[in-house]
Design a protein around this ligand. Structure first.
Ligand SMILES: Cc1ncc(COP(=O)(O)O)c(C=O)c1O
Length: 381
């Protein structure tokens, strides 16, 4: 099988991930932070080691400012629902994923917050003037995806952060498509909160993710419950990360994530980014030469993430993905990719699109196989 659905979850995982998970189950299946025996300490250490690696990767000073979550969605929910208050105004872009849009729409209804969706162009590129025009005196949060999961466009996070900072507004970045594939330094870029998945570019297993919360930000916790700390207190502990990590964590998953992040740190994000960009260009070049193929996203000279979405004028998106899977053993995704907003921008709301997404283990041969398959579909038309 040729796996080109890495934007959903990366696969395969590097050597060491499955082994680390198995070791956590087989050798020290204890509950971290809930006991002082050797096995519980080993489990706690695994969590802290993973936090330290993530902190090194994202330029975070204190690893305890990173909270483990099940995925990006949970991290975004903790940040949005924990920060937005009644009467606040929030700005986001018109290429957000439903995992940003739905919690925002929830707080719009629940807390009478107001939201402005700042339009991008049809390729997913944001004009900063539009963002500035959307600012209001009660704007308290900007939420922005780092890269559109349909169009692959990369949004100018450092510039957005500078605009936010100059007005005392906080910036939450959805790094679902960039953590581990594009360099991120929260300090240098001015990011206040960073929501990231463990199961995509960080090469860990599903069921893992995280949220970085700047030290001076206090969020209302989303979940309340046991943390193994301050057990005598009725309220949720104030200490981080416990305040935002109620309940037993996914220790085996985080052990796997530890190995995934180790691989990324060793390989370096810069090298992964360069490799994926070279293959992305190769795929766009090949598909562009086939009549009737419409490529979505920025023009080829603009760097994007490893996402190439397209429509075929002679075949529906769902049918294309089905035939690629059945006849060519190529796994791509069709439909709306949880981002109807981006389809509105791209003008593909009625049709959806096929999305091929590359990962750090994708090869040139695999990219060529997809190009050849689409060529054959054209010939058979
Ligand atoms: C831009 C973006 N945001 C959020 C998500 C949700 O990520 P998760 O599945 O980790 O919750 C995705 C998933 O594909 C995404 O692409």
């Amino acid at each position: 099988m040729i796996y080109l659905d890495n934007a959903a979850s990366t696969w395969p995982k590097p050597p060491g991930v499955a082994e680390a998970m198995a070791e956590a189950v087989v050798s020290f299946g204890a509950n971290p932070g809930r006991g002082s025996h050797q096995l519980a300490v080993r489990a706690s250490r695994t969590l802290f080691e993973t936090r330290k690696k993530l902190a090194a990767l994202f330029g975070i000073r204190n690893p305890n400012d990173i909270v483990f979550t099940q995925n990006t969605t949970m991290a975004l929910n903790i940040a949005i629902k924990g920060w937005v208050r009644e009467g606040d105004h929030v700005i986001c872009t018109a290429v957000e994923h439903n995992s940003v849009r739905r919690p925002l729409e929830y707080v719009r209804t629940k807390c009478k917050a107001d939201i402005t969706y700042v339009q991008t162009d049809e390729t997913g590129i944001l004009n900063l003037d539009r963002l500035v025009e959307a600012l209001r005196s009660n704007t308290r949060l900007i939420v922005c995806t780092h890269s559109s999961n349909l169009l692959g466009s990369i949004l100018p996070i450092a510039e957005i952060a500078a605009i936010a900072r100059s007005r005392g507004i906080r910036l939450l970045v959805d790094a679902a498509q960039t953590a581990g594939t594009i360099p991120i330094d929260v300090g240098k870029m001015g990011i206040d909160m960073l929501a990231f998945p463990g199961h995509k570019g960080l090469l860990g297993p599903q069921g893992t993710g995280g949220l970085y919360i700047a030290p001076d930000i206090e969020l209302e916790p989303l979940l309340h419950g046991g943390t193994g700390s301050q057990s005598e207190a009725v309220e949720q502990p104030t200490v981080r990360p416990d305040r935002y990590e109620a309940g037993t964590p996914n220790t085996p998953g985080i052990a796997g994530l530890n190995a995934g992040v180790q691989y990324v740190l060793h390989e370096t994000v810069e090298r992964i980014e360069a490799k994926e960009w070279a293959l992305t260009q190769r795929l766009m070049d090949g598909l562009r030469g086939i009549p009737g193929v419409r490529l979505l996203g920025p023009p080829p000279e603009i760097v994007r993430t490893g996402i190439v979405s397209f429509t075929l004028e002679w075949m529906e998106a769902a049918q294309t993905a089905f035939v690629l899977d059945r006849d060519y053993q190529i796994a791509v995704r069709a439909g709306y990719h949880c981002t109807p907003l981006s389809h509105l921008c791209a003008g593909t709301m009625g049709t959806g699109a096929v999305r091929a997404s590359l990962g750090c283990f994708t090869t040139a041969d695999e990219v060529d196989a997809l190009i050849q398959a689409v060529r054959e579909l054209k010939q058979k038309q």
